[in-house]
Design a binder for this molecule. Structure first.
Ligand code: BGP
Length: 469
């Protein structure tokens, strides 16, 4: 047993972190255009030059070169997102922006040239700013209508070009980061549990409508959900830590439970009862959720963390939008994310046991500082052997999960080309196989260079994962 023949090897990016051209060809502003510091800082009144995402890595103008490099690595799939505000600049208008649609036509055509399947996220932390400010994002049911219009437009337009779709990136980020996750403009301290569950309900309904529409319009296409797959370990064998872990895991499973099973889990209904939460639902919502579950489950995996019933006794760990306590057995990245390849095997088994639906590893990778060096022949090189190690060790665990019977469709390494970080808005936190010469102070030539990991991944794909170190 090893990687299936049709395994989709590739890489992933998001529009707001790579495209730039934030005002070109009629694009409207998205929330990211006023988030110069990522999730760690405040929003700005208007786009400010220090926001690296405004230019990104200029993928908007350099996509041909970038996709050519991905093809050279042997990519079978390219996960990317459509910037909603390129298609509907405000988000609530009736007519789409043709220039925005044409841009993605060109990108998909370029992928097709190399037989690369696009895997497209419809909403990757880039809600149109107008929708966030006017409707408070997904707190408002009208978002469902706007999203439906957006989906209908792109499904119809790209019906012959895109087979794999994801509605919301890391939908569970809504819980801790409601602005980035769900375009909610109200400060998160002012949101009640009721507000968050209501916004989640709207996103679930929108996901189900998207799945329904997709299946009607493009019968062989597949719709996936996407969660931040940071599962937890109990800090000690103390049963109280285990229970705390079980509850923390529900920040992940709650979302998949609804979208993969088609109904709210009993533990959620009990929470609503206990907390006096009343969710406004339309009469048809439950039917809709039940009949339009996802075809596959995708998730991001960077790290695991520990949960303690009394976290004050332990050191906190840094992490990918969700926090826990430090696991003494694990090393960590330069940004304090704990490195745990076996956790990926655990996560794959956990999801597959729970849902028995095909899985897709939509993000995985190591954010690190790379050195751009010049070798004796004057060639630019990047010796990112630490990244090779990280990816190699994780892929070995993917292979073990496949050997255990887990059905895995594909793997897209995050930030396959360097891009702006989502949480810290930095350029120096690099994930790519391809180095982009751009720095945090905005300087740089935007030239692309192949890192050591480029050649390594090329070999992994060519051998279908048989030569992992
Ligand atoms: C995920 C997001 C991505 C991405 C990645 C790495 O949460 O879906 O958009 O950026 O994490 O995070 P960061 O960029 O903060 O290092």
């Amino acid at each position: 047993m090893s990687f299936p023949k049709n395994f989709l090897w590739g890489g992933a990016v998001a529009a707001n972190q790579c495209e730039g051209a934030y005002q070109e060809d009629g694009k409207g502003l998205s929330i990211q255009d006023v988030m110069p510091h990522g999730i760690t800082g405040s929003v700005s009144d208007k786009p400010v030059a220090e926001n690296l995402k405004l230019i990104g890595i200029d993928f908007y103008h350099r996509y041909q070169e970038d996709i050519r490099l991905m093809a050279e690595m042997g990519f079978k799939v390219f996960r990317m997102s459509i910037a909603w505000s390129r298609i509907f600049p405000l988000g609530d208008e009736e007519t789409p922006n043709e220039a925005g649609l044409e841009f993605y036509d060109r990108v998909f055509d370029e992928c097709k040239k190399y037989q690369i399947e696009p895997l497209v996220t419809l909403s990757h932390y880039e809600t149109p700013l107008h929708l966030a400010k006017t409707y408070d994002g997904w707190r408002d049911r009208r978002m469902v209508t706007f999203f439906e219009r957006y989906c209908r437009t792109v499904f119809t337009r790209y019906r012959d070009k895109v087979k794999y779709w994801i509605a919301f990136n890391e939908i569970n980020a809504l819980w801790n980061f409601p602005l980035m996750g769900a375009g909610i403009w109200t400060p998160k301290e002012q949101l009640s549990l009721q507000d968050k569950y209501q916004a989640a309900h709207h996103e679930f309904v929108a996901s189900a409508i998207a799945a329904k529409l997709l299946h009607e319009l493009i019968p062989n296409a597949k719709m996936g959900c996407m969660v931040l797959g940071a599962l937890n370990y109990p800090m000690t064998p103390n049963p109280s830590d285990l229970i705390a872990m079980m509850e923390a895991d529900r920040n992940v499973t709650f979302f998949c439970d609804v979208m993969a099973r088609g109904y709210y889990p009993s533990y959620t209904k009990k929470t609503w009862e206990k907390e006096g939460i009343q969710i406004n639902m339309e009469p048809e919502d439950q039917e809709l959720l039940f009949h339009n579950t996802v075809d596959f489950i995708s998730f991001s995996y960077y790290m695991s963390k520990c949960i303690a019933s009394d976290p004050s006794k332990y050191q906190k760990t840094g992490g990918n939008l969700s926090l826990g306590v430090k696991n003494p057995y694990l090393p960590e990245s330069q940004w304090g994310w704990q490195i745990d390849p076996q956790g990926l095997r655990y996560t794959l088994n956990y999801f597959y046991d729970r849902y028995q639906k095909p899985l897709f590893i939509a993000e995985n990778g190591l954010g690190a500082i790379d050195e751009l060096e010049t070798d004796t022949n004057g060639k630019k090189i990047i010796q990112d052997d630490y990244r090779i190690q990280y990816l190699n060790d994780h892929l070995k665990e993917v292979k073990k999960a496949i050997e255990e019977g887990v059905e895995i469709m594909g793997y897209t390494a995050w930030g396959c080309i360097d891009l702006v970080s989502a949480s810290t808005a930095q350029m120096k936190k690099r994930y790519g196989f391809i180095y982009v010469d751009r720095n945090d102070d905005g300087s740089g030539s935007f030239e692309r260079y192949k890192k050591n990991s480029f050649y390594w991944y090329q070999n992994v794909i060519a051998t279908n994962g048989e030569n992992l170190l």
